[in-house]
Design a protein around this ligand. Structure first.
Ligand code: ATP
Ligand code: MG
Length: 363
């Protein structure tokens, strides 16, 4: 997979700019707050349909402008694509790929695969469980659009169920026929989502374990801890748990069980990373899982994703940096840094200098 060029107008601090990328390493450097991350964000938008750092699309429109327009040319192993995106105030957005309107996020995600790695990703191991679920959801959706469909359907039904639970608690009723209707649908989607998560974590673990060992000599383990504990995942098990917990959920006035409470845990040499690992060890775990994600995409799709590395080289020590440099060889990488010297260059590396929303390619 590779991105050939990106054009942005009225996007973030860019008025109008076009960048042509090479198929190897692309180094984007410049001082703080000049627009480096904004370029990665633009590429990411086309793969995930949303920004990696904000939920609000209107933030992306340049201050004072009416709308933003982005276009990207990319290719997978079979064909070339040209995608265009318009962002309008109020969060309205339209996307076309090869002139065909894309109406669903799950349709967009199957085209361009990227793996983004930025310093904030440390939160995947350090932060709240919700961030790990988001990591899983984004990573799995990118490979299996049906997962995203299930997820959207699940959350829609969950919201309905929660408002019913709230109502029941207030009125003091102990049941409602609709509760079982929601539970049925939640169990249907939820059990499939659990299977996807389990399989993805298994696949990721295989790669991550090896990568992590090669970098650090330590044993990394990923453990999926679903809210619905079971030996064999099934709709029946899921539904039984929900039905058995009805009264407690009504008392609580909102759902207590389900994939919205799943957890993913990391262990190094059997010690929980979140609690015991040093900052450097935690960063290495993130590096390992991001590299594993890249390998997993290759094993499923038969080609590597585009790697977007936001200012991470400077945070890695020399041995980790050279491991990463070795690992990304032969793949397309777009990386940002403040000091161009931190990035290793090969013959085909392209270097871009970014200053105040202007990009200049260095010869
Ligand atoms: N909607 C917007 N309109 C205009 N400017 C914006 C908008 N959103 C963000 N910016 C500005 O874009 C600038 C560049 O942001 P960006 O995150 O790309 O910086 P960066 O080069 O990655 O810096 P750093 O090295 O600090 O990470 C920021 O100064 C920010 O204020
Ligand atoms: Mg930045």
């Amino acid at each position: 997979m590779r991105v050939k060029s990106l054009s942005v107008s009225n996007f973030r601090n860019y008025e109008k700019e076009t960048v042509s990328f090479c198929e190897d390493t692309n180094v984007i450097y410049g001082n703080n707050a000049q627009g480096k991350t904004n370029l990665l964000e633009a590429v990411y938008l086309f793969s995930h349909g949303k920004s990696h750092r904000t939920k609000s699309d209107s933030e992306l429109i340049r201050f004072g402008a009416d709308f933003a327009r982005l276009s990207i040319e990319f290719a997978d192993k079979d064909r070339d694509y040209r995608a265009v995106m318009q962002l309008l105030p109020g969060g309205r957005k339209s996307v076309k790929i090869n002139n065909v309107p894309i109406t669903k996020l799950s349709m967009l995600m199957r085209y361009l695969n990227v793996v983004m790695f930025s310093p904030e990703d440390l939160e995947i191991v350090k932060g709240a469980p919700q961030l790990r679920r988001r990591f899983l959801d984004e990573a799995i959706s990118q490979l299996y659009p049906i997962y995203l469909k299930r997820l959207i359907s699940y959350h829609k039904n969950l919201a309905q169920k929660n408002s019913l639970l709230k109502k029941l608690r207030i009125t003091g009723k102990t049941d409602d026929a609709m509760l079982s209707v929601w539970n049925e649908q939640i169990a249907e989607d939820g059990s499939r989502i659990m299977e996807f998560r389990r399989d993805f974590i298994d696949a990721l673990t295989e790669f991550a374990k090896q990568i992590h060992y090669n970098i650090s000599g330590e044993n990394l383990k990923l453990v999926y801890t679903p809210s619905i504990e079971c030996d064999i995942i099934s709709k029946e098990v899921f539904l039984n748990k929900l039905e058995a917990g009805k009264l407690r959920e009504i008392e609580n006035g909102s759902s207590l069980y389900g994939i919205q409470r799943d957890e993913l845990r990391f262990f190094i040499n059997d010690k929980e990373v979140k609690t015991y690992a040093s900052q450097g060890q935690q960063r290495t775990v993130v590096l390992s899982i991001k590299m594993a994600q890249m390998e997993n995409i290759n094993s499923v799709r038969g080609e590597y994703p585009v790697l977007l590395l936001d200012d991470i080289m400077s945070e890695l020590d020399i041995s980790r940096r050279s491991y990463l440099t070795e690992k990304i060889r032969g793949k397309q990488v777009i990386l940002t840094c403040t000091d161009a010297d931190t990035a290793e260059r090969t013959g085909s590396t392209k270097v871009f200098y970014v200053n105040d929303g202007r990009v200049r390619e260095e010869q």
